[in-house]
Each structure stands twice: as structure tokens, then as C-alpha cells.
Design a protein around this ligand. Structure first.
Ligand code: NDP
Length: 330
């Protein structure tokens, strides 16, 4: 098999040089294990944190060891009663052209209910992040204004639509005119700001949110977040989901600069990790699957073909190459 290992830890923005392709020989299959052939690899922003040698909620990747992440794979051979050949499974697996895993650490997926790739996106970690982050922490009420940064990404696309289902006015921020028109035409956003060309973000937000901001779902952080927070209303809720604009910063920026506004507007700011809600994942998946089936939730993914494109696809998250969920298909 071929695997992709962490060749070196990035300083600042990662590059192709931080990855290396290697040939490996798989050991013989043991009882309880299955041989897997990956179909879809997920690339996710949190993987950037795992490339650092830093303590976090997931352990760092080791130099010279394979990168790993969420994968949808097909069972080729099984030495477990839990899985049969041709079953499709979801697992945390190495970036490898074939791999071996214990069957009891894999989740069998139902590809009659939804296409296999959905389990890495709208019915998987990003969809659940949007669901619990917006509904449990943001608590949007009908008529309120919800602002979403990273609006055209895997999480952001779902957040905006969930806010529409709740009867809110939804305003997004995204990095290209193509994304702006996609969000307005296909995903029901009321207004979308291209943060790269808007110039004065403060003024653009004031124009897009004449009644101020009641809920801010933050996927990016940095200057976008500074500008949104200047426009929050009394008792606003700020859902701190991601800070992708800062993940490649070698030195943390001074701040936060917005605490006086949080104070005077009596706002709530709360960070979260989707796994905090793991006990309620079945509820979230069921609800999201129903809305997809009823046509209330639309979906979009950017699928790049070829195992060898994995590093490129991952790096593309930081330059905004994706519309919706970024995936690599083998
Ligand atoms: P996305 O699909 O949104 O991909 C990343 C997007 O971020 C890019 O497409 C790009 O879009 C935007 N982006 C990249 N760099 C910058 C920048 N410097 N400034 C502004 N925007 C930028 O990824 P996900 O939906 O998977 O994740 C979104 C966020 O949610 C991430 O921060 C991630 O870490 C976080 N997350 C948190 C979870 C949790 O449990 N708390 C779980 C899952 C994700 P554009 O063209 O608009 O710039």
C-alpha cells in the first residue's frame, strides 16, 4: 500500500513539503480485523492543529507517521462477524491506499439512506457541528439576525440553512463572488459579503444587518470577527466554532480586543467541540437526515479525484478552494 506521512511540522502555512508518500506492506489480517479500501477521505481544518507538537483535544500527528482522519471505506476482507465484504464503513483511518482496522472501531453506514460521502459532511462531523453549535449555543429565535463567517464551507453552509429553518434573517461572509452568488441563489442567504473585496467590513456589515447581529456563528476569527462583534446587539450569542484565519499564525495576535463590547452588550461567547454533544449524535443525524430528505437542507461538496491529491486538497482549505465540504475520492 501507499501511505502519506507527516514529513515535518509546518511553521506558518503548511506546504507539500510537510507531507511524504511511502510504500508499506500490510501485515496479515488478525481475528476481529477488516481490510479496508478507502473511497472518500475527509480533509478538515482541525488537522492543521494536529500537525503542531501541541497538547489539544486530539493528540498531535507524529513526524514520520501517517496522517489520519475521517474516511469512508469499503470492506474488502473481514475476519470479524461484525462486518462483511462490500460493507461501507466510517472510521478514523490513516491516509493510506489500503488499511487494516478493528471492526469494532468502525461505524457501518447506510448508503440507501444517503450517499456515502454525506457521512463525512452534512450527516457527519461538520453537519453535527452546525446543528449543535447553532441550535444549542446560538439559540436563534425567529426574526433575529444570524451572521455566519466561513459561510460557504462545510459547516457554514449548514448553519445558514438551519438558521433559515428557524425563521431568521441570515447574513454570510465568504471569500469569492462565486461563493456569494451560490449562497444567495441556492442556500437562501439574505445577504452575503465578499470579505476580500468589501473594503470596510464594518460598513458592509452595518448595511447587511440594519437591525444589528443577534447570533454570530464564528468559523474564522481574526479581523472578520472583530468587525462582526462591533455590530452585535444587546444579549447577542457568539458561537465560537473555528478560527481558521489564525491556525497558521506562528505568533498569536494581541487581543482579544472586543471584550469591552461583550461586556457592555451583555453578550455571551462560548467555544465548543462537537464531541461535547456525542451522546446526542443520533438525534442530530436523524434530524439532519429528515431535513435533507424533505428538501429543506441543500448540500454541496467539492470532490477532488485521486489519493495523491490529499495534501493539495487539505492545503486548499486555507486558500478557500472548496465550496461546501472538501473531499478526496479514490
Ligand atoms: P470549510 O469547509 O469552511 O473550509 C475552510 C474555509 O475557510 C475555506 O473554504 C475558506 O473559505 C475559509 N478560510 C480559510 N482561510 C481563511 C481566512 N484566513 N479568513 C477567512 N476565511 C478563511 O471548513 P469546515 O466547515 O470543515 O470548518 C469550518 C470551521 O469550523 C473551521 O475553523 C474548523 O476548524 C471549525 N470546526 C470546528 C468544529 C468544532 O467542533 N468546534 C468541528 C468542525 C469544524 P473562503 O473562500 O470563504 O475564505
Amino acid at each position: 500500500a501507499t501511505q502519506i506521512v507527516l514529513a515535518s511540522r509546518p511553521k506558518g502555512t503548511p506546504t507539500q513539503e510537510n507531507f511524504r508518500f511511502e510504500k508499506t506492506t500490510l501485515p496479515a489480517l488478525q481475528d476481529g480485523q477488516v481490510l479496508l479500501e478507502p473511497v472518500y477521505f475527509s480533509v478538515d481544518p482541525y488537522m492543521r492543529g494536529r500537525m503542531n507538537d501541541a497538547k489539544s483535544y486530539v493528540p498531535p500527528y507524529q513526524v514520520d507517521a501517517p496522517i489520519a482522519g475521517a474516511v469512508v471505506a469499503k470492506v474488502k476482507e473481514s475476519k470479524s462477524p461484525l462486518l462483511q465484504p462490500d460493507d461501507m464503513v466510517l472510521g478514523l483511518l490513516p491516509w493510506a491506499s489500503q488499511s487494516i482496522a478493528p471492526a469494532d472501531q468502525l461505524q457501518k453506514i447506510d448508503t440507501d439512506l444517503a450517499p456515502a460521502s454525506y457521512y463525512l459532511g452534512i450527516l457527519g462531523m461538520p453537519g453535527l457541528t452546525a446543528y449543535f453549535g447553532l441550535l444549542d449555543i446560538g439559540k436563534p429565535k425567529a426574526g433575529e439576525t444570524v451572521v455566519v463567517s466561513g459561510a460557504a464551507g462545510a459547516v457554514g453552509l449548514v448553519v445558514g440553512q438551519l438558521a433559515k429553518i428557524q425563521g431568521c434573517r441570515v447574513v454570510g461572509l465568504a471569500g469569492s463572488d462565486e461563493k456569494v452568488s451560490l449562497l444567495k441563489k441556492e442556500f437562501g442567504y439574505n445577504e452575503v459579503i465578499n470579505y476580500k473585496t468589501a473594503g470596510n467590513l464594518d460598513a458592509a456589515l452595518k448595511a447587511a444587518c440594519p437591525d444589528g447581529v443577534d447570533v454570530y456563528f464564528d468559523n474564522v476569527g481574526g479581523e472578520i470577527t472583530d468587525a462582526v462583534i462591533r455590530n452585535i446587539n444587546f444579549h447577542a450569542r457568539i458561537v465560537l466554532c473555528g478560527q481558521i484565519a489564525l491556525y497558521n499564525e506562528a505568533e498569536p495576535a494581541p487581543g482579544p480586543r472586543f471584550l469591552p463590547i461583550i461586556l457592555t452588550r451583555s453578550a455571551l461567547i462560548q467555544g465548543f467541540i462537537v464531541s461535547n454533544f456525542s451522546k446526542r449524535f443520533p438525534e442530530g443525524m436523524q434530524q439532519l437526515a429528515n431535513w435533507v430528505k424533505e428538501g429543506k437542507l441543500h448540500y454541496q461538496e467539492t470532490v477532488i479525484e485521486g489519493f495523491e491529491k490529499l495534501p493539495e486538497a487539505f492545503l486548499g482549505l486555507f486558500t478557500g478552494e472548496n465550496k461546501g465540504k472538501m473531499l478526496v475520492k479514490v
